[in-house]
Design a protein around this ligand. Structure first.
Ligand code: NAP
Length: 451
Protein backbone atom coordinates (compact mmCIF):
# COMPACT_ATOMS: atom_id res chain seq x y z
CA UNK A 1 0.00 0.00 0.00
CA UNK A 2 1.16 3.52 -0.85
CA UNK A 3 -0.21 6.07 1.60
CA UNK A 4 -0.19 9.64 0.30
CA UNK A 5 -1.18 12.93 1.94
CA UNK A 6 -2.40 15.69 -0.36
CA UNK A 7 -2.37 19.05 1.39
CA UNK A 8 -5.13 21.25 -0.04
CA UNK A 9 -8.49 20.18 -1.43
CA UNK A 10 -8.83 22.70 -4.26
CA UNK A 11 -8.78 21.58 -7.91
CA UNK A 12 -5.03 20.86 -7.94
CA UNK A 13 -5.26 18.71 -4.78
CA UNK A 14 -8.30 16.79 -5.96
CA UNK A 15 -6.90 16.29 -9.48
CA UNK A 16 -3.69 14.98 -7.89
CA UNK A 17 -5.69 12.48 -5.81
CA UNK A 18 -7.63 11.50 -8.95
CA UNK A 19 -4.44 10.95 -10.96
CA UNK A 20 -3.04 8.75 -8.18
CA UNK A 21 -6.20 6.62 -8.19
CA UNK A 22 -6.73 6.41 -11.96
CA UNK A 23 -3.64 4.40 -12.77
CA UNK A 24 -2.68 0.77 -12.63
CA UNK A 25 1.10 1.05 -12.15
CA UNK A 26 1.00 1.12 -8.33
CA UNK A 27 -1.81 -0.89 -6.73
CA UNK A 28 -3.28 -0.09 -3.32
CA UNK A 29 -2.91 3.68 -3.29
CA UNK A 30 -4.68 5.44 -0.41
CA UNK A 31 -4.96 9.23 -0.26
CA UNK A 32 -5.76 11.53 2.66
CA UNK A 33 -6.72 15.00 1.41
CA UNK A 34 -6.04 17.51 4.18
CA UNK A 35 -7.40 21.06 4.26
CA UNK A 36 -7.03 23.96 6.69
CA UNK A 37 -10.73 24.73 6.22
CA UNK A 38 -13.57 22.41 7.25
CA UNK A 39 -14.88 22.60 3.66
CA UNK A 40 -13.29 21.13 0.53
CA UNK A 41 -12.83 22.50 -3.03
CA UNK A 42 -10.55 25.51 -2.38
CA UNK A 43 -11.07 28.31 -4.88
CA UNK A 44 -13.97 26.47 -6.55
CA UNK A 45 -15.91 27.11 -3.32
CA UNK A 46 -14.17 30.32 -2.22
CA UNK A 47 -13.00 31.96 -5.44
CA UNK A 48 -15.27 31.14 -8.38
CA UNK A 49 -17.91 33.87 -8.50
CA UNK A 50 -21.31 32.81 -7.11
CA UNK A 51 -23.08 33.71 -10.36
CA UNK A 52 -20.81 31.37 -12.33
CA UNK A 53 -23.01 28.37 -11.59
CA UNK A 54 -21.61 26.26 -14.42
CA UNK A 55 -18.01 26.51 -13.16
CA UNK A 56 -19.24 26.03 -9.59
CA UNK A 57 -20.87 22.78 -10.66
CA UNK A 58 -17.33 21.41 -11.10
CA UNK A 59 -17.70 20.64 -7.41
CA UNK A 60 -19.73 17.61 -8.50
CA UNK A 61 -16.70 16.17 -10.32
CA UNK A 62 -14.40 16.95 -7.40
CA UNK A 63 -16.91 15.37 -4.99
CA UNK A 64 -16.75 12.03 -6.84
CA UNK A 65 -13.01 11.86 -6.14
CA UNK A 66 -13.24 12.83 -2.46
CA UNK A 67 -16.11 10.40 -1.87
CA UNK A 68 -14.06 7.47 -3.26
CA UNK A 69 -13.45 4.67 -0.72
CA UNK A 70 -9.70 5.02 -1.19
CA UNK A 71 -9.77 8.74 -0.26
CA UNK A 72 -10.34 10.41 3.10
CA UNK A 73 -11.13 14.12 3.36
CA UNK A 74 -9.67 15.55 6.57
CA UNK A 75 -10.73 19.18 6.99
CA UNK A 76 -9.85 21.72 9.66
CA UNK A 77 -6.28 20.39 9.69
CA UNK A 78 -3.56 23.00 9.37
CA UNK A 79 -0.12 22.00 8.14
CA UNK A 80 2.92 24.16 8.86
CA UNK A 81 2.24 25.92 12.12
CA UNK A 82 1.28 23.75 15.08
CA UNK A 83 1.97 20.07 15.55
CA UNK A 84 1.63 19.06 11.92
CA UNK A 85 4.92 20.15 10.37
CA UNK A 86 6.09 18.99 6.93
CA UNK A 87 8.66 16.87 8.77
CA UNK A 88 5.94 15.11 10.80
CA UNK A 89 3.85 14.56 7.67
CA UNK A 90 6.79 12.81 6.02
CA UNK A 91 6.94 10.43 8.99
CA UNK A 92 3.21 9.69 8.80
CA UNK A 93 2.87 9.21 5.03
CA UNK A 94 4.89 7.58 2.26
CA UNK A 95 4.57 10.78 0.25
CA UNK A 96 3.12 14.26 0.68
CA UNK A 97 1.86 16.48 -2.16
CA UNK A 98 1.48 20.18 -1.36
CA UNK A 99 -1.36 21.78 -3.32
CA UNK A 100 -1.77 24.87 -1.17
CA UNK A 101 -2.32 27.40 -3.97
CA UNK A 102 -1.41 31.07 -3.82
CA UNK A 103 -3.05 32.35 -0.67
CA UNK A 104 -2.37 36.05 -0.77
CA UNK A 105 -2.58 39.01 -3.13
CA UNK A 106 0.21 40.90 -4.87
CA UNK A 107 0.84 44.43 -3.64
CA UNK A 108 0.92 47.54 -5.81
CA UNK A 109 3.62 49.24 -3.73
CA UNK A 110 2.16 52.74 -4.15
CA UNK A 111 1.24 55.33 -1.51
CA UNK A 112 -2.26 55.10 -0.04
CA UNK A 113 -2.67 51.34 -0.44
CA UNK A 114 -3.52 51.06 3.27
CA UNK A 115 -6.25 53.74 3.33
CA UNK A 116 -9.71 52.72 4.50
CA UNK A 117 -11.76 51.80 1.44
CA UNK A 118 -8.75 50.25 -0.35
CA UNK A 119 -8.90 46.45 -0.42
CA UNK A 120 -7.39 43.61 -2.36
CA UNK A 121 -9.87 41.99 -4.74
CA UNK A 122 -9.14 38.77 -2.82
CA UNK A 123 -10.69 40.30 0.32
CA UNK A 124 -13.81 41.28 -1.62
CA UNK A 125 -14.05 37.86 -3.28
CA UNK A 126 -13.63 36.13 0.10
CA UNK A 127 -16.42 38.28 1.52
CA UNK A 128 -19.03 37.49 -1.12
CA UNK A 129 -17.87 33.85 -1.19
CA UNK A 130 -18.48 33.57 2.60
CA UNK A 131 -14.89 32.60 3.44
CA UNK A 132 -14.83 31.99 7.20
CA UNK A 133 -11.64 34.04 7.70
CA UNK A 134 -13.39 37.22 6.47
CA UNK A 135 -15.40 39.36 8.82
CA UNK A 136 -15.19 42.62 6.86
CA UNK A 137 -18.61 43.80 5.79
CA UNK A 138 -18.03 47.50 5.12
CA UNK A 139 -16.86 47.47 1.48
CA UNK A 140 -19.85 49.40 0.18
CA UNK A 141 -20.66 51.57 3.20
CA UNK A 142 -19.91 54.91 1.53
CA UNK A 143 -19.07 53.95 -2.06
CA UNK A 144 -20.71 55.60 -5.05
CA UNK A 145 -17.78 55.13 -7.42
CA UNK A 146 -15.37 52.19 -7.40
CA UNK A 147 -12.01 51.71 -9.09
CA UNK A 148 -10.83 48.19 -9.88
CA UNK A 149 -7.10 48.11 -10.66
CA UNK A 150 -6.07 45.36 -13.11
CA UNK A 151 -7.75 43.77 -16.13
CA UNK A 152 -7.63 40.03 -15.42
CA UNK A 153 -10.53 37.63 -14.83
CA UNK A 154 -10.65 38.41 -11.10
CA UNK A 155 -11.06 42.11 -11.94
CA UNK A 156 -13.95 41.18 -14.24
CA UNK A 157 -15.54 39.06 -11.48
CA UNK A 158 -15.47 41.81 -8.85
CA UNK A 159 -16.60 44.44 -11.38
CA UNK A 160 -19.56 42.26 -12.38
CA UNK A 161 -20.61 41.62 -8.77
CA UNK A 162 -20.43 45.38 -8.07
CA UNK A 163 -22.53 46.11 -11.15
CA UNK A 164 -25.19 43.45 -10.52
CA UNK A 165 -28.22 44.13 -8.37
CA UNK A 166 -28.76 41.97 -5.27
CA UNK A 167 -31.95 40.57 -6.85
CA UNK A 168 -29.89 39.03 -9.64
CA UNK A 169 -27.75 37.22 -7.05
CA UNK A 170 -30.53 35.87 -4.83
CA UNK A 171 -30.50 32.52 -6.61
CA UNK A 172 -26.80 32.02 -5.75
CA UNK A 173 -25.32 30.62 -2.53
CA UNK A 174 -24.18 34.09 -1.34
CA UNK A 175 -24.89 34.69 2.35
CA UNK A 176 -27.90 36.88 3.10
CA UNK A 177 -25.70 39.45 4.91
CA UNK A 178 -23.70 40.04 1.69
CA UNK A 179 -26.88 40.25 -0.39
CA UNK A 180 -28.28 42.84 2.05
CA UNK A 181 -25.12 44.94 1.68
CA UNK A 182 -25.33 44.73 -2.12
CA UNK A 183 -29.03 45.63 -2.00
CA UNK A 184 -28.12 48.89 -0.20
CA UNK A 185 -25.18 49.60 -2.56
CA UNK A 186 -25.00 53.16 -3.92
CA UNK A 187 -22.27 52.26 -6.42
CA UNK A 188 -23.19 53.71 -9.80
CA UNK A 189 -19.81 53.82 -11.58
CA UNK A 190 -17.17 51.09 -11.66
CA UNK A 191 -13.89 51.89 -13.41
CA UNK A 192 -11.81 48.85 -14.37
CA UNK A 193 -8.35 50.06 -15.29
CA UNK A 194 -5.42 48.45 -17.14
CA UNK A 195 -1.89 49.84 -17.17
CA UNK A 196 -1.27 48.45 -20.67
CA UNK A 197 -3.46 48.31 -23.78
CA UNK A 198 -6.69 46.46 -24.51
CA UNK A 199 -4.86 43.92 -26.68
CA UNK A 200 -2.77 42.97 -23.62
CA UNK A 201 -5.61 42.58 -21.13
CA UNK A 202 -5.61 39.23 -19.32
CA UNK A 203 -9.38 38.63 -19.19
CA UNK A 204 -10.93 35.95 -21.37
CA UNK A 205 -13.54 36.91 -23.97
CA UNK A 206 -16.39 34.94 -22.41
CA UNK A 207 -15.89 36.74 -19.10
CA UNK A 208 -15.54 40.12 -20.85
CA UNK A 209 -18.77 39.62 -22.83
CA UNK A 210 -20.71 38.95 -19.63
CA UNK A 211 -20.15 42.57 -18.58
CA UNK A 212 -22.13 43.69 -21.62
CA UNK A 213 -25.02 41.37 -20.79
CA UNK A 214 -25.88 42.69 -17.33
CA UNK A 215 -29.49 43.91 -17.22
CA UNK A 216 -28.94 47.12 -15.21
CA UNK A 217 -25.45 48.15 -16.29
CA UNK A 218 -23.87 49.49 -19.45
CA UNK A 219 -20.24 49.32 -20.54
CA UNK A 220 -18.54 52.56 -21.51
CA UNK A 221 -15.40 52.42 -23.68
CA UNK A 222 -13.60 55.42 -25.15
CA UNK A 223 -12.65 54.70 -28.80
CA UNK A 224 -9.77 57.21 -28.59
CA UNK A 225 -8.21 55.19 -25.75
CA UNK A 226 -8.58 51.93 -27.70
CA UNK A 227 -6.91 53.58 -30.70
CA UNK A 228 -3.71 54.08 -28.64
CA UNK A 229 -3.12 50.33 -28.90
CA UNK A 230 -0.68 49.51 -31.73
CA UNK A 231 -2.74 46.41 -32.57
CA UNK A 232 -5.98 48.39 -32.86
CA UNK A 233 -5.72 49.16 -36.58
CA UNK A 234 -4.55 45.67 -37.54
CA UNK A 235 -5.22 42.96 -34.94
CA UNK A 236 -4.63 40.05 -37.35
CA UNK A 237 -1.33 39.00 -35.80
CA UNK A 238 -2.75 38.82 -32.26
CA UNK A 239 -3.58 35.54 -30.49
CA UNK A 240 -7.27 34.68 -30.98
CA UNK A 241 -8.34 35.62 -27.45
CA UNK A 242 -6.84 39.11 -27.68
CA UNK A 243 -8.32 39.63 -31.13
CA UNK A 244 -11.78 38.64 -29.93
CA UNK A 245 -11.42 40.91 -26.89
CA UNK A 246 -10.68 43.84 -29.22
CA UNK A 247 -13.75 43.03 -31.32
CA UNK A 248 -15.97 43.05 -28.23
CA UNK A 249 -14.47 46.34 -27.02
CA UNK A 250 -14.84 47.88 -30.48
CA UNK A 251 -18.53 46.99 -30.49
CA UNK A 252 -19.07 48.65 -27.11
CA UNK A 253 -17.11 51.76 -28.08
CA UNK A 254 -19.48 52.29 -31.02
CA UNK A 255 -22.65 51.93 -28.95
CA UNK A 256 -24.78 54.95 -27.97
CA UNK A 257 -25.30 55.54 -24.21
CA UNK A 258 -28.19 53.47 -22.87
CA UNK A 259 -29.01 55.35 -19.67
CA UNK A 260 -28.81 52.27 -17.43
CA UNK A 261 -28.62 52.54 -13.61
CA UNK A 262 -24.92 51.60 -13.42
CA UNK A 263 -21.93 52.17 -15.67
CA UNK A 264 -18.81 50.02 -16.12
CA UNK A 265 -15.98 52.13 -17.53
CA UNK A 266 -13.22 50.05 -19.15
CA UNK A 267 -10.03 52.11 -19.16
CA UNK A 268 -6.56 51.41 -20.56
CA UNK A 269 -3.02 52.83 -20.61
CA UNK A 270 -3.38 54.19 -17.06
CA UNK A 271 -0.78 53.20 -14.46
CA UNK A 272 -1.75 53.65 -10.79
CA UNK A 273 0.70 55.93 -8.96
CA UNK A 274 -1.14 56.77 -5.70
CA UNK A 275 -4.35 56.13 -3.85
CA UNK A 276 -5.49 59.47 -2.45
CA UNK A 277 -7.70 60.15 0.53
CA UNK A 278 -8.94 62.53 3.18
CA UNK A 279 -9.43 61.73 6.88
CA UNK A 280 -7.86 58.32 6.27
CA UNK A 281 -10.41 57.23 3.66
CA UNK A 282 -9.98 56.78 -0.09
CA UNK A 283 -11.33 59.58 -2.28
CA UNK A 284 -9.64 58.90 -5.63
CA UNK A 285 -6.89 57.03 -7.46
CA UNK A 286 -4.19 58.91 -9.36
CA UNK A 287 -3.09 57.31 -12.63
CA UNK A 288 -0.31 58.27 -15.02
CA UNK A 289 -1.20 58.05 -18.70
CA UNK A 290 1.09 55.52 -20.40
CA UNK A 291 1.97 54.84 -24.00
CA UNK A 292 3.04 51.55 -25.55
CA UNK A 293 6.70 50.88 -26.31
CA UNK A 294 7.89 48.32 -28.88
CA UNK A 295 8.57 45.63 -26.22
CA UNK A 296 4.91 45.12 -25.29
CA UNK A 297 5.40 47.29 -22.20
CA UNK A 298 4.48 50.93 -21.53
CA UNK A 299 6.24 54.15 -20.58
CA UNK A 300 4.87 57.02 -18.52
CA UNK A 301 3.95 60.31 -20.20
CA UNK A 302 4.02 62.57 -17.12
CA UNK A 303 0.31 63.27 -17.59
CA UNK A 304 -1.98 62.31 -14.74
CA UNK A 305 -5.67 61.57 -14.30
CA UNK A 306 -7.54 61.17 -11.01
CA UNK A 307 -10.57 58.88 -10.88
CA UNK A 308 -13.05 59.43 -8.03
CA UNK A 309 -13.44 56.39 -5.83
CA UNK A 310 -14.65 55.63 -2.33
CA UNK A 311 -13.87 51.95 -2.95
CA UNK A 312 -10.66 50.64 -4.53
CA UNK A 313 -10.19 46.96 -5.31
CA UNK A 314 -6.61 46.04 -6.20
CA UNK A 315 -6.88 43.09 -8.57
CA UNK A 316 -3.30 42.57 -9.69
CA UNK A 317 -2.88 38.83 -9.16
CA UNK A 318 -2.39 36.30 -6.40
CA UNK A 319 0.85 35.29 -4.74
CA UNK A 320 2.02 32.08 -3.01
CA UNK A 321 2.98 32.25 0.67
CA UNK A 322 5.74 30.22 2.34
CA UNK A 323 4.65 27.21 4.34
CA UNK A 324 6.76 26.75 7.48
CA UNK A 325 9.20 23.90 7.00
CA UNK A 326 8.94 23.85 3.19
CA UNK A 327 11.43 25.57 0.85
CA UNK A 328 10.16 28.71 -0.92
CA UNK A 329 11.31 30.78 -3.87
CA UNK A 330 10.36 34.27 -2.72
CA UNK A 331 11.03 35.75 -6.17
CA UNK A 332 8.39 33.61 -7.85
CA UNK A 333 6.15 32.90 -4.84
CA UNK A 334 6.43 29.15 -5.51
CA UNK A 335 8.09 26.04 -4.07
CA UNK A 336 11.17 25.03 -6.10
CA UNK A 337 10.59 21.69 -7.82
CA UNK A 338 11.59 19.42 -10.67
CA UNK A 339 8.56 17.88 -12.46
CA UNK A 340 6.66 18.24 -9.17
CA UNK A 341 9.43 16.84 -6.90
CA UNK A 342 10.27 19.40 -4.19
CA UNK A 343 13.86 20.64 -4.29
CA UNK A 344 15.71 21.50 -1.10
CA UNK A 345 18.96 23.39 -1.81
CA UNK A 346 18.72 22.23 -5.41
CA UNK A 347 18.41 18.52 -4.59
CA UNK A 348 15.25 16.41 -4.74
CA UNK A 349 13.71 16.06 -1.29
CA UNK A 350 12.42 12.50 -0.87
CA UNK A 351 8.65 12.05 -0.33
CA UNK A 352 7.74 15.70 -0.99
CA UNK A 353 5.87 16.97 -4.06
CA UNK A 354 3.94 20.04 -5.24
CA UNK A 355 1.12 20.69 -7.72
CA UNK A 356 -1.06 23.63 -8.75
CA UNK A 357 -0.37 27.33 -8.18
CA UNK A 358 2.28 26.75 -5.48
CA UNK A 359 4.17 24.77 -8.15
CA UNK A 360 3.74 26.93 -11.25
CA UNK A 361 2.41 30.30 -10.01
CA UNK A 362 -1.11 31.75 -10.11
CA UNK A 363 -1.97 31.39 -13.79
CA UNK A 364 -4.34 29.43 -15.96
CA UNK A 365 -7.92 28.27 -15.55
CA UNK A 366 -9.14 25.42 -13.35
CA UNK A 367 -8.55 22.85 -16.10
CA UNK A 368 -4.86 23.86 -16.28
CA UNK A 369 -4.47 22.02 -12.97
CA UNK A 370 -5.24 18.66 -14.56
CA UNK A 371 -2.02 18.23 -16.58
CA UNK A 372 -0.07 19.92 -13.79
CA UNK A 373 -1.38 17.42 -11.20
CA UNK A 374 -0.83 14.56 -13.63
CA UNK A 375 2.84 15.43 -14.04
CA UNK A 376 3.34 15.48 -10.27
CA UNK A 377 1.41 12.24 -9.74
CA UNK A 378 3.46 10.63 -12.47
CA UNK A 379 6.75 11.63 -10.77
CA UNK A 380 5.43 10.27 -7.48
CA UNK A 381 4.38 6.96 -9.06
CA UNK A 382 7.80 6.65 -10.74
CA UNK A 383 9.35 7.03 -7.28
CA UNK A 384 6.84 4.68 -5.60
CA UNK A 385 9.14 1.64 -5.27
CA UNK A 386 11.44 3.69 -3.02
CA UNK A 387 8.59 5.29 -1.07
CA UNK A 388 6.59 2.36 0.34
CA UNK A 389 7.77 1.46 3.82
CA UNK A 390 8.04 -2.12 5.10
CA UNK A 391 7.21 -1.04 8.65
CA UNK A 392 3.92 0.80 8.81
CA UNK A 393 3.27 2.97 11.89
CA UNK A 394 -0.07 4.12 13.25
CA UNK A 395 -2.91 5.11 10.96
CA UNK A 396 -2.12 8.78 10.29
CA UNK A 397 -5.65 9.74 11.36
CA UNK A 398 -5.03 8.28 14.83
CA UNK A 399 -1.72 10.15 14.96
CA UNK A 400 -3.48 13.44 14.04
CA UNK A 401 -6.02 12.87 16.79
CA UNK A 402 -3.26 12.01 19.25
CA UNK A 403 -1.63 15.34 18.38
CA UNK A 404 -4.82 17.09 19.52
CA UNK A 405 -6.31 17.72 16.08
CA UNK A 406 -9.98 17.06 15.39
CA UNK A 407 -10.38 16.64 11.65
CA UNK A 408 -13.71 17.26 9.94
CA UNK A 409 -14.24 14.06 7.97
CA UNK A 410 -16.42 13.48 4.92
CA UNK A 411 -19.53 12.87 7.06
CA UNK A 412 -18.85 16.21 8.79
CA UNK A 413 -18.63 17.98 5.42
CA UNK A 414 -21.86 16.30 4.29
CA UNK A 415 -23.48 17.64 7.47
CA UNK A 416 -22.27 21.15 6.55
CA UNK A 417 -23.84 20.73 3.12
CA UNK A 418 -27.12 19.68 4.72
CA UNK A 419 -27.02 22.63 7.13
CA UNK A 420 -26.44 24.99 4.18
CA UNK A 421 -29.47 23.55 2.36
CA UNK A 422 -31.58 24.04 5.49
CA UNK A 423 -30.30 27.60 5.89
CA UNK A 424 -31.24 28.37 2.28
CA UNK A 425 -34.67 26.73 2.64
CA UNK A 426 -35.38 28.89 5.71
CA UNK A 427 -34.65 31.96 3.54
CA UNK A 428 -36.73 30.70 0.62
CA UNK A 429 -33.55 30.19 -1.41
CA UNK A 430 -31.40 27.32 -2.65
CA UNK A 431 -28.37 26.25 -0.62
CA UNK A 432 -26.73 29.25 1.16
CA UNK A 433 -23.19 29.21 2.53
CA UNK A 434 -22.45 29.36 6.25
CA UNK A 435 -19.97 32.25 6.53
CA UNK A 436 -18.21 31.65 9.88
CA UNK A 437 -15.96 29.09 11.54
CA UNK A 438 -18.30 28.52 14.49
CA UNK A 439 -21.28 27.82 12.27
CA UNK A 440 -19.31 25.46 10.01
CA UNK A 441 -17.73 23.53 12.86
CA UNK A 442 -21.01 23.35 14.79
CA UNK A 443 -22.71 21.81 11.75
CA UNK A 444 -19.87 19.31 11.25
CA UNK A 445 -19.55 18.37 14.93
CA UNK A 446 -23.29 17.92 15.45
CA UNK A 447 -23.06 15.14 12.89
CA UNK A 448 -20.08 13.58 14.72
CA UNK A 449 -21.92 13.76 18.03
CA UNK A 450 -25.04 12.15 16.57
CA UNK A 451 -22.97 9.34 14.97
P1 NAP B 1 -4.00 38.05 -13.82
O1 NAP B 1 -4.75 37.34 -14.88
O2 NAP B 1 -2.55 37.79 -13.71
O3 NAP B 1 -4.25 39.64 -14.05
C1 NAP B 1 -3.58 40.58 -13.26
C2 NAP B 1 -3.83 41.98 -13.79
O4 NAP B 1 -3.19 42.91 -12.90
C3 NAP B 1 -3.23 42.23 -15.18
O5 NAP B 1 -4.09 43.10 -15.89
C4 NAP B 1 -1.92 42.96 -14.83
O6 NAP B 1 -1.45 43.81 -15.83
C5 NAP B 1 -2.37 43.79 -13.67
N1 NAP B 1 -1.25 44.25 -12.84
C6 NAP B 1 -0.27 43.52 -12.25
N2 NAP B 1 0.56 44.32 -11.54
C7 NAP B 1 0.07 45.59 -11.69
C8 NAP B 1 0.48 46.85 -11.21
N3 NAP B 1 1.55 46.97 -10.42
N4 NAP B 1 -0.24 47.94 -11.57
C9 NAP B 1 -1.33 47.82 -12.37
N5 NAP B 1 -1.77 46.64 -12.85
C10 NAP B 1 -1.07 45.54 -12.52
O7 NAP B 1 -4.58 37.75 -12.36
P2 NAP B 1 -6.06 37.48 -11.79
O8 NAP B 1 -7.08 38.30 -12.49
O9 NAP B 1 -5.91 37.60 -10.33
O10 NAP B 1 -6.32 35.97 -12.15
C11 NAP B 1 -5.48 34.90 -11.64
C12 NAP B 1 -5.75 33.63 -12.43
O11 NAP B 1 -7.06 33.12 -12.13
C13 NAP B 1 -5.73 33.87 -13.94
O12 NAP B 1 -5.12 32.77 -14.56
C14 NAP B 1 -7.20 33.95 -14.29
O13 NAP B 1 -7.50 33.63 -15.64
C15 NAP B 1 -7.79 32.93 -13.32
N6 NAP B 1 -9.23 33.21 -13.12
C16 NAP B 1 -10.08 32.71 -14.04
C17 NAP B 1 -11.43 32.99 -13.92
C18 NAP B 1 -12.37 32.44 -14.95
O14 NAP B 1 -11.96 31.65 -15.79
N7 NAP B 1 -13.62 32.83 -14.96
C19 NAP B 1 -11.93 33.78 -12.89
C20 NAP B 1 -11.02 34.30 -11.97
C21 NAP B 1 -9.65 34.00 -12.10
P3 NAP B 1 -0.15 43.41 -16.75
O15 NAP B 1 -0.68 42.43 -17.74
O16 NAP B 1 0.26 44.71 -17.34
O17 NAP B 1 0.86 42.82 -15.82
Amino acid sequence: MLQVAVVGSGPSGVYTAQSLLQQSRVPGVRVDVLDRLPCPYGLVRYGVAPDHEKIKSLQNNLRTVLADDRVRFLGSVEVGSGPLTPERLRELYDAVVYCVGAATDRRLGIPGEELAGSYSATEFVSWYSAHPDTDENGFLRVARSAVVIGVGNVAVDVTRILARGADELRSTDMPQSALDVLARSQVRDVHMVGRRGPSQAKFSTKELRELGALPDAEVVVDPAELALDPAWADPTSLPAVNRRNLEVLRGWSERAPQGRARRIHLRFFLRPVAILGTAGHVTSVRFERTLPDDQGQVTGTGQYEDLDAQLVLRSVGYRGVPLEGLPFDAGHGTVPHRAGRVLRDGAVSPREYVAGWIKRGPTGVIGTNRPCAKETASSLLDDAPGLVRQERGDDPLSALRAAGLRPVEWTGWQAIERAESELGAAQGRGSVKIPDWDGLLRAARDADDRA
